[in-house]
Design a protein around this ligand. Structure first.
Ligand code: SF4
Length: 470
C-alpha cells in the first residue's frame, strides 16, 4: 500500500517556512480582499444569497446519503462508473487500478484539493506513472517539490523571482522573472503533456445529484484539456461536494467567483455528465468518479463541527485572517490552510493529531463575516478547543486530569451565587500570603506553572464592589 503524506504540525513547520512568506502572502491576499469587496458591493442581494447558500448546504449535509445515492444512480445512467473510497489509501488504490487496466504511463491533472488530500501524485509516482500538474500554480509547486499554501492560489507564497529560479533549475533553461514569459514557458511544456497523456485526473467543485453532473470551475482552461483530450477521465471528489440540483448551482456560482478571486464568474465553468456518448462529441471515452470519504462520515456525526462541509473552497477566510497572513499556508500542516483548515483538519485527522490548529486563531471573527456560506468558524473553533482539551469519542483529552478537575470545580463554583460571593471575600486574604509588592511572583501548584514565566496580579477588589463604586 502506498504511503500518504500526513499532517506535519507546527514544530516541523518552523523548519519549512521561508522568510519571504508573509510579504508575498499579504500582497496577494490584500488584492483578493479588495476584489471581493468590489464585486460584493455590486450585488444588493448579497446577504440573501449567502443565507440561501448556507441553507442549501445545511439541507444537503442533513440529507447527504439521499443525494449521494441519487448522484450514483445518475452517473451510472449517463454511462460513468462510480467508486466509493472509504480511506485515502482506498482512493489511491482505485485510481491505480484504473490506470493499470488502461496501461497508463502519463496522467495530466487539473487542480484538485482531494488528490492533494490523499497524496495521489506520490502514489502514482511510486507505481511508475508520471502525474503532471497543469494548473500553473500547481505546476510551480510540483516543480518546487512542496504542497499548496493557499486554497485557490497554491503558489501564493512565491515571488516571480523565486519562480524563475525554480523554472531555471528544474527545466534546465534560463527563465526570466517575468510572469508572462514564465506562463509561456509552462504552456509550452504542458501542451505536449496534454497531447500524450493516457489519463486525465481532476477534482470537482460540485456534484449535481439531479443529473449526475460534475462541475469544475477554473480560470486557466487546463481543466478542460485534462478532461477532454485523454480517452480516460478519473475525478476524485469528496462526498461533501454533492448539491441537490442545478438551481442550487446558480447560487453557488454567484457566491464562489466573487468570494474567491473577485470575479463575477470564473473564466471556465465546465459540466461533465458521464463520458462522450457519440463519435464527434468532446470528452473522454470512459469516465470514473471516485467518491472520497476519508473521515467525512465521522465528521458528519458532530452537529456543530459538520457545518465545515458547507465550505465551497473560495479561500476568502484565509485572505482576511490575521494569523494566515502572517504565517502562510504551510503552518497549517496539511493540504488545506487558513481558518477552514483550522476547523477541517482536526476533525478529519483527529483532535490529538492536529490539536494546535483550533488555537491558531485570534477569534476576531473576520472569517465568519466574509464566508459566503456563513460557516460559524469561531464557534466551531471554540467547540474544537473544548474537544481537544476535554477529549472526545475518538481521542483522549490533552488537558491533564488535575487541570480538568480544577476547571470543572471552577465552572460549578462560578455558577453558584453564594460560592462566588464567599470566594471573592476570602481570596484577597489568601492571596496576600504570596503577595510581594504589587505582584505575586511565585504561587503554589497548579498556579506555579503560570508564575514560573510571569507574575500574577493579586485579586484587588470584588467585582460587584468595584462596579457599584463606578
Ligand atoms: S470556510 Fe467559507 S470563506 Fe473559507 S473557504 Fe470555505 S466557503 Fe470560503
Amino acid at each position: 500500500m502506498t504511503e500518504t503524506p500526513t499532517y506535519i504540525g507546527f514544530e516541523e513547520y518552523s523548519e519549512h517556512v521561508p522568510a519571504s512568506i508573509p510579504a508575498a502572502v499579504q500582497q496577494a491576499t490584500d488584492r483578493f480582499v479588495g476584489g471581493r469587496a468590489a464585486r460584493v458591493a455590486e450585488l444588493p442581494q448579497w446577504e440573501q444569497l449567502r443565507q440561501i447558500g448556507s441553507d442549501i448546504r445545511q439541507h444537503t449535509i442533513e440529507n447527504m446519503d439521499v443525494y449521494l445515492l441519487q448522484l450514483e444512480e445518475k452517473v451510472i445512467a449517463a454511462g460513468g462508473h462510480v467508486h466509493w473510497a472509504e480511506t485515502a489509501a482506498d482512493a489511491n488504490q482505485i485510481v491505480l487500478q484504473i490506470a493499470k487496466e488502461h496501461h497508463v504511463r502519463t496522467a495530466v491533472k487539473s487542480k484538485s484539493m482531494a488528490t492533494e488530500e490523499i497524496g495521489l501524485n506520490h502514489a502514482l509516482e511510486q507505481a511508475g506513472i508520471q502525474a503532471i500538474e497543469t494548473d500553473l500554480g500547481e505546476y510551480i509547486i510540483q516543480l518546487a517539490g512542496t504542497g499548496p499554501s493557499h486554497i485557490i492560489v497554491p503558489a501564493v507564497h512565491l515571488k516571480k523571482e523565486e519562480i524563475a529560479e525554480i523554472f531555471s533549475d528544474k527545466l534546465a533553461i534560463d527563465a526570466p522573472a517575468d510572469p508572462i514569459e514564465l506562463t509561456r514557458i509552462a504552456r509550452e511544456v504542458l501542451r505536449e503533456k496534454f497531447l500524450n497523456a493516457e489519463m486525465g485526473i481532476s477534482g470537482g467543485n460540485f456534484l449535481i445529484a439531479e443529473t449526475g453532473t460534475l462541475v469544475m470551475v477554473t480560470n486557466e482552461g487546463n481543466g478542460r484539456m485534462c478532461t477532454t483530450l485523454p480517452d480516460l477521465h478519473v475525478a476524485v471528489v469528496g462526498i461533501d461536494k454533492v448539491i441537490p440540483d442545478w438551481e442550487s448551482l446558480t447560487v453557488f456560482l454567484k457566491l464562489l467567483a466573487r468570494s474567491a478571486t473577485g470575479q463575477k464568474l470564473s473564466t471556465y465553468t465546465q459540466f461533465i455528465t458521464g463520458p462522450r456518448r457519440a463519435e464527434g462529441e468532446f470528452g473522454p471515452r470512459e469516465f470514473h468518479l471516485v467518491l472520497l470519504d476519508n473521515g467525512r462520515s465521522k465528521v458528519l456525526q458532530d452537529p456543530v463541527g459538520r457545518e465545515v462541509f458547507k465550505c465551497i473552497r473560495c479561500g476568502a477566510c484565509a485572505n482576511v485572517c490575521p494569523v494566515y497572513k502572517n504565517v502562510g499556508g504551510f503552518a497549517y500542516g496539511w493540504f488545506i490552510s487558513g481558518p477552514i483548515g483550522a476547523i477541517l483538519s482536526p476533525q478529519m485527522l483527529g483532535t490529538q493529531a492536529a490539536r494546535e490548529l483550533p488555537y491558531a486563531s485570534t477569534l476576531c471573527g473576520a472569517c465568519a463575516d466574509v464566508c459566503p456560506v456563513k460557516i460559524p468558524i469561531p464557534t466551531i473553533l471554540r467547540h474544537l478547543r473544548r474537544r481537544v482539551a476535554e477529549g472526545d469519542e475518538f481521542a483522549a483529552p490533552t488537558l491533564p486530569a488535575p487541570v480538568r478537575l480544577t476547571a470543572t470545580l471552577a465552572s460549578f463554583a462560578l455558577a453558584q451565587n453564594w460560592i462566588y460571593r464567599f470566594g471573592t471575600k476570602i481570596l484577597p486574604t489568601l492571596m496576600s500570603i504570596f503577595k510581594r509588592g504589587d505582584w505575586i511572583p511565585g504561587a503554589p501548584y497548579p498556579l506555579s506553572r503560570w508564575t514560573r514565566v510571569r507574575p500574577l496580579p493579586p485579586f484587588s477588589a470584588r467585582f460587584r464592589q468595584w462596579w457599584s463604586r463606578r
